[in-house]
Design a binder for this molecule. Structure first.
Ligand code: MSP
Length: 648
């Protein structure tokens, strides 16, 4: 029989900078869901990728002096490495600069144009560059971008428009008829309000920059980055290209996981595009909450960005994966703090599950040399209670997983873990061992504990893949005993051989750890202040012949006087080895004339002359700004270098 399919996606991330823990959050959730569905027997397609076009990337590349393609290539390597580090099991990774995607987007745009759902017009509006979003006046909040709160610019250009307004009623109907389409329900209310305030046609092309997919029939336009990006969900399956042949198998997607601020694109614009293309709609869009720091957004400028790579190397990938999905309900915002992370690691991972596994395996080794004997006694009420709970767990867990309620699913697992820890105290194996005749009873107790651990181990696989395998190794589960199909109590061999594994989650000393983290943060701030953070980005790369056009010469300052009526300016008379010249420099705030007279400096000698406050300047001296105030420091040259010497 053919397996049922499950298609799940993350948003495709902007490779404008390294990703932070907020981005990892959605990817870890998606990965967990994909792993769960695979485990439950589905044929899964898990797609993630990068959204690489647009003005912001073009600008960032320019600042760095590289091409946009070079810029994104480097960041994408880091993103792929991050997903490897975080044990992300995506089946496919799409880049919007991939040829096959570009080919499909061109076709989709053309098809929409030919159908009349895209038309040519002229755009006047407000544009938010960081968000790549156009807004109408009425959508602005206090005159600023409603998404990020930053200033917007007036923009007008000839552009293509998508008839989004035509789909307003159909989308409202979609929400009415299909309440499952968008969850949590609060997001539906937000979208309804958004549509009801009036849905205007959407500007879907740009002429103000070139880093995008050209409109095939009018190449001075590039396709709006959101149209380019949203279509990734079908182009990655082979829609409109020959690269893949999975569209019929996997579309419509079972769920798009997206952050709350981009629900609008996924639950309004994306369905409208699909309706226009006469394609089926995704079955569900889930708008998850944000990880906040100190109640606000993580941002580089605030210096509060949490780096997932650092966290994983310090606490282990599985601890971070667990924390992200256990600490915050998936649908709402949550506050990330180091204290919360360490508390979770200590209480749930070290104390509850770590202890249960190490105590149980240690007892089986101590009392039975590692392998349980066949001799057992019948279960009593205490056993029936825990066995019942273990048997009910997979169903309870699945109900939560199907709702993407990861936090609840984990809580269900940990209820059994707590119950099992309590069962150890209730059965008191250290008392039973004192009497040889209790050995069958002791073996039953141990088996019951191992079974609870085994079932939890299986259920934890999607959340903590490596840890779950280690746990199953330690309790001696082999072959099919480790699989979802054998999640019922009793699946473990009657005579398992356990091993003493590593300490799964060593306890962390909260106070020391917080001090260490604070110290590291301080060191980082200091390093950043004095080195990289404030360094201007490199200019555009030039060839040597461009540099050689700049004639740099060593000169001696023979006289220096203030320029009358110009507080900032000094007039420097120079011996340039060629008969002398004068330059004007705005360094009066930093140097007195006597500081300069007799010193040797470097000037750009072939700079076109210019007048400052009526005084001609025949060149410009070299200087650099230092410190937070940008104090100017002239570059002085060793006196041994003769006047007129060319610098190269
Ligand atoms: N490129 C678009 C998505 C296009 S999908 C067709 C984009 N990229 S993004 O890199 O800015 O954001 C990607 C996702 O990361 C979004 O879903 C966003 O909500 C999520 N997150 C970014 N910061 C976040 C947190 N602090 N917390 C949780 N998720 C957050 O938008």
């Amino acid at each position: 029989m053919e397996k049922k399919t499950f298609y799940i996606t993350t948003p495709i991330y902007y490779p404008s900078d390294n990703l932070h823990i907020g981005h990892s959050y959605c990817t870890v959730a998606t990965d967990t869901m994909a792993r769960y569905k695979r485990m439950a027997g589905y044929d899964v397609m898990f797609l993630t990728g990068t959204d690489e076009h647009g003005l912001k990337i073009e600008q960032k590349a320019k600042e760095k002096g590289v091409t946009p393609q070079q810029f994104v290539d480097e960041i994408v390597i880091g993103i792929k490495d991050l997903w490897k580090t975080m044990n992300i099991s995506n089946d496919r990774f799409i880049r919007t600069t991939d040829d096959y995607h570009i080919e499909s987007v061109k076709k989709i745009f053309k098809e929409l144009y030919e159908k009349g759902d895209i038309y040519k017009g002229s755009y006047k509006g407000k544009y938010c560059t960081p968000c790549e979003s156009f807004w109408t006046e009425s959508q602005l909040v206090d005159g600023k971008c409603p998404d990020c709160g930053r200033p917007v610019q007036d923009a007008e250009e000839e552009a293509y428009f998508f008839r989004l307004s035509k789909y307003a009623d159909k989308i409202l109907k979609l929400y009415e008829e299909n309440p499952e389409f968008l969850t949590p329900v609060s997001r539906v209310n937000e979208m309804k309000a958004f549509i009801n305030q009036g849905l205007e046609d959407l500007c879907v092309s740009r002429t103000s920059f070139t880093w995008g997919i050209p409109v095939e029939f009018d190449p001075k336009h590039v396709v709006y980055v959101w149209v380019d990006a949203l279509t990734n969900y079908i182009t990655a399956l082979g829609y409109g290209n020959d690269k893949y042949n999975d569209y019929d198998k996997f579309w419509p997607a079972d769920v798009h996981f997206v952050g709350k601020e981009i629900v609008r694109f996924h639950a309004v614009i994306w369905p409208a595009i699909l309706m226009a293309l006469d394609l089926p709609l995704p079955k569900k869009v889930f708008g998850h909450g944000w990880l906040l720091i100190d109640g606000g957004k993580m941002s580089k400028s605030k210096g509060n960005v949490v780096d997932p790579v650092t966290l994983c190397s310090r606490y282990g990938v599985d601890a971070i994966r667990y924390f992200l999905l256990r600490e915050f309900p998936f649908g709402t915002d949550g506050s990330f703090t180091n204290e919360a992370l360490i508390t979770r690691i200590n209480s749930d991972l070290a104390n509850d599950i770590g202890n249960l596994v190490s105590r149980t395996t240690a007892m089986v080794i101590k009392y039975f040399g590692g392998t349980l004997p066949t001799d057992r006694c019948a279960d009593n009420d205490l056993d029936a209670d825990i066995i019942n709970m273990a048997n009910e767990l997979p169903q309870r867990y699945s109900e939560q997983m199907e709702k993407f309620a990861f936090q609840n699913a984990l809580m269900e697992i940990f209820k059994l873990i707590s119950r099992a820890n309590k069962y150890i105290d209730e059965t008191a194996p250290w008392v039973l061992i004192k009497d040889e005749s209790n050995k069958p009873r002791l073996a039953s107790v141990m088996y019951n504990l191992l079974e609870c651990i085994r079932i939890c181990g299986i259920l934890l696989k999607p959340f903590m893949p490596d840890t779950a395998e280690k746990i199953l190794d330690m309790i001696g589960a082999t072959g099919d005993e480790r699989e979802w199909e054998n999640r019922d109590f009793g699946g473990l061999s009657k005579t398992p051989t356990v091993t003493k594994g590593e300490n799964l989650f060593p306890r962390i000393d909260m106070e020391k750890e917080l001090q260490e983290l604070a110290k590291q943060k301080e060191e980082k701030i200091q390093t950043n202040n004095t080195t990289k953070a404030d360094v201007d980005p490199l200019c555009e790369t030039i060839k040597l012949d461009t540099f050689e056009k700049t004639d740099l010469r060593v000169c001696k300052v023979v006289d220096c006087t203030p320029v009358p009526k110009a507080k900032k300016l000094l007039l420097l008379k120079l011996d340039d080895g060629m008969g002398g010249r004068q330059i004007v420099s705005s360094i009066a705030k930093y140097y007195k004339p006597e500081d300069l007279i007799g010193k040797k400096i470097i000037i750009i000698a072939n700079l076109a002359p210019a007048k400052f406050c009526g005084v001609e300047s025949q060149g410009m001296l070299l200087a650099g700004d230092v410190g937070t105030e940008g104090e100017c420091k002239v570059i002085f040259v060793d006196d041994a270098v003769e006047c007129g010497t060319r610098i190269h």
